[in-house]
Design a protein around this ligand. Structure first.
Ligand SMILES: Cc1cc2nc3c(=O)[nH]c(=O)nc-3n(C[C@H](O)[C@H](O)[C@H](O)COP(=O)(O)OP(=O)(O)OC[C@H]3O[C@@H](n4cnc5c(N)ncnc54)[C@H](O)[C@@H]3O)c2cc1C
Ligand code: HEM
Length: 393
């Protein structure tokens, strides 16, 4: 798909662009938000902007895309783009906003690289940008069409009423919500998330993602852990009460439990067990006879949200086992289950498909342990509760 002429130029300039990308992205975002302050207030996650993680994600993805195009010029790496496309749809990116991002990104590139950006170099990177943008637009249009085909209203944001609020632990709260617009709950796959849009005290409408942690009888459940210094998680916990209305996007996310009858491993740490709880819930509700190994790591019994759900759901499933690790267990606890998650003592059946969710060090360690145990990389799926920095890819 990338023309031979552009491929040559990209190959020659990728190292220089790659090295400068750390300078290009802050200038790009400064330009973008100076021209469109509403994007920082009401679309981008300003927590991620402040701590820099989203900036790295964008830069990382363009470099990865260019590298993939050079390695396989005839293929469009749609799979790699799925995560970004799901996120874009869930926050409400419109196709015409790609022009705006293009304008400010290329102005930032010229600002940083100066005369090195000859017309030939600009044309080659333009081609890469639009290949990536058009690939994203195609996937995003398809995702929106699929959501609409399910009979959901065309509006991305729908109002929901909180029917139950439940304190899982000191810092974790679950919300069971039902559509307030009279339409049925949208279809979702176990493991997917919704975006939650919240008006903050300064009037900004900030968006965050929360994995669905279950739900039944026309209701969805999502679960929020209070993040130290976090704007939205704290605001939700302090203000969102039973009877209140909250705006949610359609369920999105490319990491979800695949149908089938092969063995499944669900591994999580901390609040990373929200999508795993939805998957286990689904397996139990459908009477699954699959071999299921759940592994979870937490600080101790009190910080472990969904402890009872894990026990009850595992007991309902005929071929399921659960292995819980605590770093600082309270009271009696087996020595081999004390400390960080370690799969060495956990039997992993041949043909296992693994789903992982937790902090990056956990994901890296568990992925490594699974690879060592012989699970192919293609069978290891992971969700990250922040921008994916492509570290595990
Ligand atoms: C796909 C997905 C699924 C998710 N599922 C869940 C879930 O099920 N449950 C859940 O609890 N969370 C989930 N999350 C995380 C959630 O979306 C939020 O990121 C989380 O709640 C924190 O948001 P916040 O607004 O409270 O924090 P933010 O305000 O966004 O802050 C995030 C971090 O940045 C730091 N920060 C903020 N401002 C600055 C600054 N000026 N300088 C330096 N650092 C700063 C904060 O201290 C904090 O550590 C998920 C995320 C994704 C992407
Ligand atoms: C080719 C162009 C683009 C690329 C390569 C790109 C890349 C990315 C990446 C890598 C992420 C992080 C995904 C993750 O969670 O792992 C992301 C998220 C996001 N993108 Fe884009 N994007 C592009 C275009 C756009 C456009 C046109 C907009 C709209 C103005 C936009 C707005 C956002 C927003 C709001 C998020 C979520 C931000 C957050 O939660 O902090 N992007 N994008």
């Amino acid at each position: 798909m990338l023309s031979a002429k552009s491929a040559e130029v990209i190959e020659a300039t990728l190292p220089a662009v790659g090295a400068a990308i750390g300078d290009i992205t802050p200038r790009f975002y400064d330009r973008l938000f100076a021209a469109h302050p509403e994007l920082l207030r009401d679309l981008f996650n300003r927590g991620n902007q402040a701590n820099g993680t989203q900036r790295q994600a964008l830069a990382g993805s363009i470099a990865t895309f260019a590298t993939a195009l050079l390695a396989h010029p005839d293929q469009r790496p749609d799979a790699m783009l799925a995560r970004i496309a799901h996120k874009h749809v869930s926050v409400g990116i419109a196709d015409d906003q790609y022009e705006i991002v293009h304008e400010h990104l290329f102005a930032a590139i010229v600002e940083v690289l100066g005369e090195a950006v000859t017309p030939e170099v600009a044309a080659a990177w333009d081609e890469v940008y639009w290949l990536m943008a058009n690939a994203l637009i195609a996937v995003e249009d398809r995702l929106r069409a699929e959501a609409a085909a399910g009979g959901d209203p065309a509006d991305l944001w729908r109002p929901y009423t909180v029917v139950t609020r439940y304190q899982e632990t000191d810092s974790v709260t679950s919300y069971l919500v039902r559509p307030a617009d009279g339409h049925p709950v949208p279809t979702s796959r176990p493991g997917q998330y919704v975006s939650v849009r919240t008006e903050l005290p300064d009037g900004a409408r900030q968006i965050r993602q929360y994995s669905l942690s279950g739900g039944a009888d026309g209701a969805l459940r999502f679960t929020v852990k209070r993040e130290a210094g976090g704007e939205v998680s704290g605001h939700l916990q302090d203000h969102l009460r039973t009877g209140d209305t909250v705006e949610l996007s359609a369920p999105m996310g490319d990491v979800f439990l695949a149908e089938g009858d092969g063995p499944v491993l669900l591994a999580s740490a901390g609040i990373g067990n929200t999508p795993m709880t939805a998957m286990l819930d689904h397996l139990a509700a459908t009477g699954s006879t699959r071999r299921i190994v759940s592994v979870h790591g937490d600080r101790d019994q009190l910080s472990h949200a969904f402890r009872a759900d894990l026990e009850q759901l595992t007991a309902k499933l005929p071929n399921a086992t659960a292995h819980v690790f605590y770093e600082q267990p309270l009271g009696e606890w087996p020595a081999e289950r004390t400390g960080l998650v370690n799969l060495a003592s956990v039997e992993i059946p041949a043909g296992t498909t693994a789903y992982l969710c937790g902090p990056l060090p956990f994901l890296r360690a568990v992925r490594e342990q699974l690879l060592t145990a012989g699970v192919p990389a293609a069978d290891i799926h992971y969700e990250v509760f922040g921008p994916d920095l492509w570290l595990g890819a």
